[in-house]
Design a protein around this ligand. Structure first.
Ligand SMILES: [Zn+2]
Length: 414
C-alpha cells in the first residue's frame, strides 16, 4: 500500500529520491523452482520528507506478510553474542548513573530468540520479551526467556504492563526502522517505562548510510532510515527526550540512543548535541544531498555489474556470502542473477536449500565454498566482512578473493 504521510511528522510532504522498481520481498526465499512463477513483487522507492527531512519508503507491506515467519535468528552470529555482553555492561552502567538498587527489570521489543535478554537474565535481571515471529518466540521460551508472540504497539504495551508491571529499561534494537505503526510503538515504549526508566533504541544510522552509500539498506522490511534528529522528533510527541547517544558498528553503522521521560532524572550528555550538529553539517536534512546520493548509487550499480561481467567473461566463478535483507536488495537492484553469480552461501540453516527472492540463486551452507572453490566471493553481509574473512581464511589461502561491494566495489586483503 502506498502512503503519502511522513512516518515521523505526519505531513504529506514526501518526495521520491531513488526508484528501485518492482522488488520481491527480501525475506521471501523460495523452496523450489516451481515457486518462481508465482513470485510477488512490490514497488520500492526511497523518499525524503520536505517538512522534517526523514528518509523513508512509501510502500508499506502488511506486517502479517512480512514478519510472521521472519528467518533471522539473533544467535546465529558469534559476534552478536559478544555484542549482547557489551550492551549489558553499558545498560547497567547507565542504570547506575542515578542511585539505583539491584538489577534493572528489562523489557525487549523484537526480542527474537532471546539471545540479548539471556545475558541480562544470567546476571539476575527479571526479563520479558515480545516478538512477532511465533516460530522464533518458541525457541526463546524453550531457552527459558519469558516471551510472547505479538506485534509491539501501544495496545501490546498496555497488556505487557498488566501482566508484568512497568520496567526500568526498554530495549528496542533494530526495530524502529521496521515497524509500520511507528507512533504507536513510540507511545508503547513510553507506556512500559516507570518514572525513572529509560529506553535504549538502536537504529542503522542515516549518516553511515549516506557516507558509505548503503542503498542496500532499503527494502520493504526496512521502512525508515533514522538520524538522531528523526528519533528526537518522534519521541517528543510522547514527552520523551534523548539523553545520550553512542555510535556503533553493527548492521553497518548504527546509533544507540538513550531516552527518558521529559525532565527525567538523567542529564543530557554532550554527545547528543555533537551528533545532531554532525548530521546537519553533513547535509542529511537537505534534499539536494539525497539527489547526489541517488546519482552515486546509479554509478555504483554500473561499476559493480561491469566488474562481475568482467569476471564471468574470464570464466571465473562468483559466490555471494550472506543472504540477509540488504544482500537481496543489492542483488535485485543491480540485477545480479545466475548470469553473473553462481550461488549464495549463508550460515542460517533456515535459508539453506532455498532460492533468493527476485534473483533465484540457490543458497548453500558456507562449507559449500570448499567443495566448489569459487574464484571470488562477493560479501553482501558486509557488516560482518572482518568476521567472514577471518573465518574463511582457508578460501584466501587456496587463491580465492573477497570482493566488498561498498562504497565502490573493491577487493579485500586477506
Ligand atoms: Zn516528515
Amino acid at each position: 500500500m502506498k502512503i503519502s504521510q511522513c512516518r515521523v511528522c505526519k505531513e504529506e510532504k514526501l518526495e521520491t529520491v531513488l526508484e528501485y522498481g518492482d522488488v520481491a520481498l527480501a525475506d521471501s526465499f523460495m523452496n523450489s523452482e516451481q515457486d518462481f512463477k508465482n513470485e510477488q513483487k512490490y514497488p520500492l522507492r526511497l523518499c525524503f520528507c520536505r517538512n522534517c527531512s526523514h528518509l523513508q519508503i512509501d510502500e508499506i507491506i502488511d506486517p502479517e506478510i512480512l514478519f510472521r515467519n521472519y528467518v533471522y535468528e539473533t544467535g546465529v552470529s558469534s559476534s552478536i553474542i559478544q555484542f549482547a555482553k557489551e550492551l549489558y555492561d553499558e545498560v547497567l552502567s547507565f542504570y547506575r548513573t542515578i542511585p539505583s538498587s539491584g538489577k534493572p527489570k528489562v523489557f525487549e521489543i523484537a526480542s527474537n530468540d532471546g539471545t540479548v535478554l539471556s545475558v541480562f537474565k544470567e546476571n539476575d535481571s527479571e526479563v520479558f520479551g515480545v516478538d512477532p515471529a511465533e516460530n522464533i518466540v518458541k525457541i526463546a521460551n524453550n531457552k527459558g526467556i519469558d516471551s510472547i508472540a505479538e506485534f509491539f504497539c501501544f495496545e501490546t504495551a498496555e497488556k505487557v504492563v498488566d501482566l508484568k508491571g512497568k520496567f526500568d529499561v526498554c530495549l528496542a534494537r533494530n526495530v524502529i526502522a521496521h515497524v509500520k505503526e511507528l507512533h504507536s510503538v513510540a507511545k508503547g515504549i513510553q507506556t512500559v517505562l516507570n518514572e525513572n526508566g529509560f529506553a535504549v533504541i538502536e537504529v542503522p544510522h542515516l549518516k553511515t548510510m549516506f557516507e558509505e552509500l548503503q542503498y542496500d539498506q532499503v527494502f520493504h522490511e526496512h521502512i525508515g532510515f533514522h538520524s538522531l534528529d528523526s528519533i528526537r522528533r518522534l519521541f517528543a510527541f510522547y514527552d520523551m527526550e534523548v539523553v545520550h547517544v553512542k555510535e556503533l558498528w553493527i548492521h553497518g553503522g548504527s546509533i544507540r540512543i538513550f531516552l527518558q521521560h521529559k525532565n527525567g532524572p538523567r542529564k543530557t550528555t554532550q554527545q547528543v548535541q555533537d551528533l545532531l550538529k554532525a548530521e546537519e553539517d553533513l547535509g542529511l536534512f537537505d534534499k539536494t544531498s539525497w539527489d547526489g546520493f541517488a546519482k552515486r548509487v546509479l554509478d555504483h550499480r554500473v561499476a559493480l555489474k561491469e566488474e562481475l561481467k568482467r569476471l564471468k567473461a574470464e570464466n571465473l566463478n562468483v559466490a555471494v556470502y550472506g543472504a540477509s535483507g540488504k544482500g537481496q536488495s543489492l542483488l535485485q537492484f543491480c540485477e545480479l542473477d545466475g548470469s553473473v553469480i553462481d550461488y549464495v552461501v549463508d550460515k542460517s540453516s533456515m535459508k539453506q536449500g532455498k532460492f533468493t527472492p527476485g534473483t533465484h540463486l540457490q543458497v548453500h551452507s558456507p562449507s559449500h565454498i570448499y567443495e566448489d572453490l569459487p574464484d571470488v566471493i562477493l560479501i553482501c553481509a558486509w557488516n560482518f566482512a572482518d568476521e567472514i574473512v577471518k573465518q574463511e581464511a582457508r578460501f584466501a589461502e587456496l587463491g580465492g578473493k573477497f570482493l566488498h561491494p561498498l562504497p565502490m566495489p573493491h577487493y579485500l586483503k586477506a
